[in-house]
Write a new protein. Structure first.
Length: 404
């Protein structure tokens, strides 16, 4: 067995292993069915080295010469579709189909061309260079783009340059006077080994990206409260550290609002947990409506909620707290239209270097004051000297008394 034949065999096995891995991931994870496209791409790609081997061993090489080219270029365009699915990009079906058809037509035009001629070799390799460049462009559009995505884009770009360079190597070393003699040429060893290394590296990188996306999805599920759809305490703590670091780097102030639904246990005991759950979900929607983009909104547990945000202007977070409270006064359950539920809140605005733990302590202190002062109000903690902070009360008691 020649070195080139061995390289073809290895490429076929590796492609089938990737096809199996992606197919297994898609079959075992309902939310990742789109990964089937990656399995299909590598399954089609595995037919290329198999065709190359049959060109040499069969007595009728022409069909396998055609299938070798068609499956190889086709695998790249299936990969392009797979990348669109993976990154949730719109699939440019007509453009991809046009480029694939153009590639097949180009191969037909040079079918009887002179091997080892530079123009022939360039016309043969150019469709592969274009296909891998398309994959690079699609990967570049992925947002958000992490390091692995950037690496994948670079690998596709490198592969495109690799195919552009291959005509020079074919002319220099010779690719065999016929397609059957290709496998025995020195160029075949370089070509198959280089291409195999690049495509294996691309496959591993894509596999790592898929695994990363799966882990991100698991983390999102673990960080979400199922009833409200908001972040849970774990997700809140994790996201809050990132927000506060960004605010600290930018010299911005942060604000924390903590909310507690008033007499919620009594509501549950009187009307049942179904009604209580409805008000939890409805209050979460109120928070989503009232809070600005970028705010970290969380259900800490039970009837307790928290919002952490960067303040873009003085008093913004105070206005948001009051807006939340007023929205809730008009919230009514269809089955129990006379039920009204109120909320008490605590608030603090401070430089980001104060730390999340201290923010929570001070905001909770203001929340406790709101509860002790009659509920249905937001108390704002003024930042002063540590241990000597004065809360300012705002809001309206349920009895419609004047603002204290």
């Amino acid at each position: 067995m020649s070195s080139a034949v061995f390289a073809l065999f290895v490429n076929a096995v590796v492609a089938l292993l990737f096809a199996g891995a992606f197919t297994y991931i898609a079959a075992s994870n309902p939310s990742f069915r789109r990964v089937y496209w990656l399995g299909a791409a590598y399954a089609v790609g595995a037919l290329t080295p198999a065709s190359e081997l049959l060109v040499r061993t069969s007595g009728w090489p022409a069909p396998f010469v055609a299938s070798s080219f068609a499956t190889f270029v086709g695998a790249f365009y299936v990969t392009a579709v797979a990348l669109c699915r993976l990154y949730r990009l719109p699939v440019p079906w007509s453009q991809l189909a046009f480029l694939l058809l153009l590639s097949l037509c180009a191969r037909a035009v040079i079918w009887n061309g002179q091997r080892d001629d530079f123009l022939y070799e360039l016309a043969y390799q150019l469709p592969f260079a274009i296909a891998t460049f398309v994959c690079a462009l699609l990967t570049y559009q992925a947002l958000p783009r992490g390091r692995l995505d950037a690496l994948l884009c670079d690998l596709f770009s490198l592969s495109s340059m690799h195919f552009v360079a291959k005509p020079f190597l074919a002319v220099r070393f010779g690719s065999g006077s016929t397609a059957s003699e290709y496998v025995s040429s020195v160029y075949a060893l370089f070509s198959q080994s280089g291409t195999g290394i690049l495509l294996t590296t691309i496959g591993i990188t894509i596999l790592l990206i898929v695994v990363r996306k799966m882990l991100d999805e698991v983390r999102q599920v673990a960080d979400r409260d199922a009833l409200s759809g908001l972040l849970n305490r774990r997700g809140f703590n994790w996201r809050s550290e990132e927000l506060m670091k960004a605010a600290l780097d930018g010299g911005r102030s942060v604000a924390l609002l903590t909310f507690d639904l008033d007499h919620f246990k009594r509501l549950n005991d009187t009307y049942g947990h179904g009604v209580g759950d409805w008000f939890i979900a409805a209050f979460a929607e109120v928070l989503r409506i009232c809070c600005p983009p970028g705010a970290i909104v969380s259900r800490l547990g039970g009837e307790e909620f928290a919002v952490l945000m960067v303040e873009n202007r003085r008093g913004e977070s105070q206005e948001i707290g009051e807006s939340v409270r007023r929205h809730l006064l008009h919230l009514a359950h269809d089955g129990y239209p006379l039920i009204r539920i109120t909320v008490s809140g605590g608030h603090i605005s401070a430089p980001a270097d104060i730390g999340l733990a201290e923010l929570m302590v001070r905001s909770d202190r203001a929340l406790y004051l709101a509860k002790a002062s009659g509920r249905d109000r937001i108390c704002f903690e003024k930042v002063g000297m540590p241990g000597n902070l004065g809360p300012e009360r705002r809001g309206r008691p349920t009895s419609d008394a004047a603002v204290s």
